[in-house]
Design a protein around this ligand. Structure first.
Ligand code: NAD
Ligand code: DAU
Length: 350
């Protein structure tokens, strides 16, 4: 039995990774460490909560003493680190929260892992989950490869870039075995509706404005979250230690086209007249420092680890919209209370 620590497993991507690992690997004991911030929700993983190879740990990666004790108690063989502050707009409003969780929190985990194993690194791995945003912004052409220089533009991406550098530095300096993956935009069930796709689905259902930043021509490369979880499984088991893998869907969309696609699909499902939901689109003040375009060259992971996305975007977006429409209580739960305050503040000029 191996003890695997997954951080941030009550969040969007973490929940899908925890489910996959718990179900697929009965010989692993999966410990899910999560602070349950506004973005963490145990309802995301209620279906696996009673599995005998699963334990939830409620705690904060920013507390070094707690983290040190935890690593000593459970002797984690490996770490898959997803816990983070993850929303760019919130990082613009409060950069320090991102520095604390994404940089200091990561260093606390690295220190605890290092002091637990010292130089006995055989069969140990620290897997750091990162983002394509560390590479900055692309022009109209080109793709991010693993060799693209880091050039982050938001406090969020700068904090993730910093944590990537620290993981690499612990590898070089202390020999800590690590792997990093940098993924493009995820979408799918359980994503908190501060992010574009679930925000639009929720607003269309409630006949609320769809806020599009700037001219709407910003481009993102979307990947279904379960495909990302499967890529993480591949990298965790077969990735080359000390290296980086880019993960993406070869699936670029300008925001405005994506939102119109969601509108058309939902008009059908809600029995609305064609074009009704598009009327809700509202162009609003742009995000400061808004990155123009992200697009991933996923050749390395496809070639070396034989991974490819399993779903087309049409299938993924259909599943995603159906999931939100069939999970009203989940959506109502996360859009009440603090979300209303956040929403009012973020979109007050819309
Ligand atoms: P999320 O915001 O949905 O979830 C983050 C989770 O981390 C939550 O459960 C939260 O409670 C937990 N957490 C936050 N601070 C913590 C702390 N101090 N201690 C313990 N737990 C804490 O995020 P997500 O979208 O699932 O992203 C997960 C990871 O993947 C992040 O590292 C993010 O940078 C990266 N990533 C996200 C995307 C994306 O499109 N969402 C793409 C590429 C990479
Ligand atoms: O690329 C990976 C990153 O993708 C992850 O590292 C981040 O954690 C994740 O949040 C995501 O970042 P983005 O900023 O790209 O995602 P978001 O859903 O916030 O925005 C997607 C695009 O939509 C972006 O160009 C901004 C735009 N947008 C977003 C919101 C919330 C709008 O036009 N209006 C909105 O209200």
């Amino acid at each position: 039995m191996k003890n695997i620590l997954i951080t941030g497993g009550a969040g969007f991507i973490g929940g899908h990774v925890v489910r996959l690992m718990v179900q697929k690997y009965p010989n692993y004991h999966i410990f899910n460490l999560d602070k349950l911030t506004y973005a963490g929700n145990l309802g995301n993983i209620a279906d696996i909560s009673t599995f005998s190879n699963y334990t939830f740990l409620h705690g904060d990666i920013c507390d070094p003493n707690y983290i040190e004790r935890l690593f000593k108690s459970f002797s984690f063989d490996s770490v898959i680190h997803l816990a983070a502050e993850s929303h760019v707009d919130r990082s613009i409003a409060d950069p320090l929260a991102f520095v604390k969780t994404n940089i200091l929190g990561t260093v606390n985990l690295l220190n605890a892992f290092k002091s637990l194993w010292q130089d006995q690194w055989e069969n140990k791995l620290f897997y750091h989950i990162s983002t394509d945003e560390v590479y900055g912004s692309l022009g109209a052409t080109g793709l991010f490869t693993e060799k693209t220089a880091y050039d982050p533009n938001s406090p969020y991406s700068a904090s993730k870039a910093s944590s990537d550098h620290l993981v690499r530095a612990y590898g070089e300096t202390y020999g800590l075995p690590y792997v990093i993956s940098n993924c493009s935009n995820n979408y799918g069930p359980n994503q908190f509706p501060e992010k574009l796709i679930p925000l639009c689905i929720n607003n269309i259902q409630n006949n609320m404005a769809l806020p599009i930043y700037g001219d709407g021509k910003y481009t993102r490369d979307w990947l279904y979250v379960v495909d990302h979880a499967e890529a993480i499984d591949r990298v965790f088991h077969h990735g080359k230690k000390g290296s980086t893998y880019n993960i993406g869907g070869h699936n670029e969309w300008q925001n405005i086209d994506l939102v119109k696609l969601i509108c058309r699909t939902m008009d059908d499902k809600l029995g609305r007249k064609k074009g009704d939901s598009e009327q809700l689109i509202q162009f609003v003040t742009d995000r400061p420092g808004h990155d123009k375009r992200y697009a991933i060259d996923a050749n390395k992971i496809e070639r070396e680890l034989d991974w490819k996305p399993s779903l087309t975007f049409e299938e993924g977006i259909e599943r995603t919209i159906n999931w939100y429409m069939n999970n009203g209580p989940w959506l109502n739960n996360v859009t009440s209370g603090a979300y209303l305050e956040y929403y009012k503040h973020q979109y007050q000029n819309s």
